[in-house]
Design a protein around this ligand. Structure first.
Ligand code: M6R
Length: 607
């Protein structure tokens, strides 16, 4: 996730406006920043790696001439955060500049073809192909907008782009597919941005650009066209009545809620990861004598779910280990045949890095799954995969958890395929269901959020909760508990449902709330038995069930229905979403700040 912004002013300098707007988009990415302006038929570019303030201190981002410009704040996906990989990217002749938020899936093929035709690339980014494609189309005699359209027709993936060119110095051409793009309309200026807060102090009139549309900005006027058939679209600006603070959270009261709602789009991004890195990682896992999945907190819960995925799909045992315990538990036995897959949203968690260091010293192979390219984990790992969830501001991990699950399930599936442990039909079914996951989550959020708010209202004063699940749903129980404890400060216990009768059941008294996670998998029958045990002792049952599961619905005091027919290994992805929303509304009901829970930090860099 990156932020893009640009403007065409009637008068004055674009660069300082771009600079302050990018500051408002910094939450979308902050590892490098750049601006390009057009002035007297020349492009002027300043860009570098680092936070906006650092780059500004070095290069003065306000000091570029011209009333037209584009800017970008980056969250690296393809290519580490170096100056050369910073946007804007240019064509061979440095006449065209492009900023982009999204992922070009077929960039490697396009780049190869362009290089064969003599184009010289400077960066390792996927974005640069767009600049070179437009360059080719322009030499064929098209206008800038037509050239951008033709270039984008060759591109597979997601994008919000903006292009300027010295050949048409009065225009900015923008386009979008699956990445956000809005245009701000003022008396004396036109703006575009990834997000409304970037221009809200300047205008509250906005035009939302839809998927596969191009917008041509030109001195106070704009023209929208559909990319597939070039049809003209008439769309008037709407008035936005958000305050600046509301706008930063896109109208949501908290970042956590915004991030829960972002999960469909984050999951779509996990389906576009670079094949070569997933394959390479699968090779290391395949060859390892033993595989440890090392992480803390939510990432550890993802690892527990992953151990079921590897076991069920690839028939392969992996060991999820809490990072702070790794050295004590395995520090002496880990060796050259061991592989550690470290899972860390931030890539900076001290406990996780300490486990990796111990393993590295004993010649083990270290792999990483993280959300932050350029983090320590990406530097120490032999291979890393970036889960591409975009920055997560809320301390409680939500969107990054479901994205981790998606990536880990893809790895398990690849290993299963490679080892011939899974049938063709199962592979196709899993791949299909992974593709449907964003829509399934969208539907849960749309249809169940209000009900979960009501359930939170009903149970807000309970002093303790149980979360129970069997099999892979145990990981969901752990994550539901962690969310509730960390943001609503309600003590909670999570157990494998079968284990609860070996001790914790003694806590149950009439009205004690027990949340059961009950997908219709092989554990379903035994879970019903566990529900009965709890009910017999007066517990209040809140059940997460698949649609049409009348048996469990009839036993529950409250229930939430989730799409049916999910493969067992993918069920944690949708089943955790109601628990995130429940924890969020419990925090709100109990007057706690879900974004900034006490005593916690987003990234824990001490051991
Ligand atoms: O950045 P990491 O994934 O390594 O962070 C690990 C934990 O600190 C983190 O998941 C923590 O548990 C979250 N606050 C959970 O919401």
């Amino acid at each position: 996730m990156c932020g893009i912004f640009g403007c065409i002013l009637k008068n004055g300098n674009a660069a300082p406006i771009i600079h302050s707007a990018l500051k408002k988009l910094e939450y979308r990415g902050y590892d490098s920043v750049g601006t390009a302006t057009v002035y007297k038929n020349k492009l002027f570019i300043k860009k570098d790696k680092g936070k906006i303030d650092e780059v500004h201190a070095l290069h003065n981002l306000d000091d570029l001439p011209g009333r037209i410009g584009i800017g970008h704040t980056r969250w690296a996906t393809h290519g580490a955060p170096y100056q050369v990989n910073t946007h804007p990217h240019t064509d061979c002749k440095e006449q065209i500049a492009v900023v982009h938020n999204g992922i070009i899936e077929n960039f490697a093929e396009l780049k190869m073809e362009l290089e064969e035709r003599g184009h010289v690339f400077r960066s390792k980014t996927d974005t640069e192909v767009i600049a070179h494609l437009i360059e080719e189309k322009l030499t064929g005699g098209l206008t800038l907008a037509e050239a951008a359209r033709e270039a984008l027709r060759q591109v597979v993936g997601s994008y919000a782009i903006a292009v300027v060119s010295v050949t048409e110095p009065d225009k900015i051409v923008c386009a979008r597919k699956e990445s956000p793009l809005v245009v701000g309309v003022a008396e004396n200026a036109l703006y575009f941005a990834s997000d409304i807060p970037a221009f809200l102090p300047l205008t509250n009139r906005s035009v939302v650009i839809q998927d596969e549309e191009i917008i041509i900005l030109n001195d106070g006027e704009y023209e929208i066209r559909k990319i597939p058939d070039w049809e003209l679209v008439k769309r008037e600006p709407e008035v936005i009545d958000w305050t600046s603070e509301m706008a930063e959270k896109q109208g949501y009261p908290h970042f956590m809620l915004k991030e829960i709602h972002e999960q469909p789009s984050c999951l779509r991004s996990t389906l576009r990861l670079q094949d070569q890195f997933l394959e390479l990682m699968t090779t290391f896992i395949d060859r390892a004598g033993e595989v440890f999945l090392v992480a803390c907190g939510t990432s550890h819960n993802a690892c527990i779910a992953a151990s079921y995925m590897f076991s069920k799909l690839a028939l392969s045992a992996t060991h999820p280990v809490i990072a702070s315990e790794f050295v004590e538990q395995h520090g002496k036995s880990v060796n050259i045949d061991s592989t550690l897959l470290a899972v860390s949203q931030s890539g900076e968690t001290a406990d996780t890095l300490a486990a990796l260091e111990c393993a590295r010293q004993r010649a083990a192979t270290v792999l990483g799954l993280t959300n932050v390219v350029g983090s320590t984990l990406t530097r120490v790992a032999r291979v890393y995969v970036c889960q591409q969830s975009g920055p997560e501001i809320g301390v409680a991990a939500t969107k990054t958890f479901t994205s981790q699950l998606s990536v880990l399930s893809q790895l398990a599936l690849r290993l299963a395929k490679r080892r011939g442990k899974i049938s063709h039909v199962e592979i196709e079914d899993l791949e299909e269901k992974l593709k449907q996951m964003p829509d399934i989550i969208e539907r849960i959020i749309q249809t169940k959020e209000e009900k979960l708010r009501q359930i939170a209202k009903k149970y807000k004063d309970k002093r303790c909760f149980f979360f129970l699940g069997r099999g892979i749903s145990y990981a969901v129980a752990l994550e539901g508990r962690l969310k509730l404890m960390e943001i609503a400060y309600v003590p909670a216990i999570a157990y494998p449902a079968g284990e609860s009768k070996h001790g914790p059941i003694s806590l149950i008294e009439p009205g004690f709330p027990v949340i059961f996670i009950c997908p219709k998998d092989d554990t379903h029958k035994t879970v019903i038995g566990n529900i009965m045990e709890m009910k017999a002792r007066g517990a209040s049952i809140i059940a997460l069930v698949e649609e049409g599961d009348e048996e469990i619905k009839s036993l529950a005091d409250d229930y939430i229905e989730i799409a049916t027919g999910l493969p067992e290994v993918l069920s944690p992805i949708p089943f955790v979403v109601p628990l995130q929303l429940f924890a969020y509304y419990m925090a709100v009901e109990r007057k706690c700040d879900p974004d900034m829970p006490r005593n916690l930090a987003k990234s824990v860099t001490v051991k």
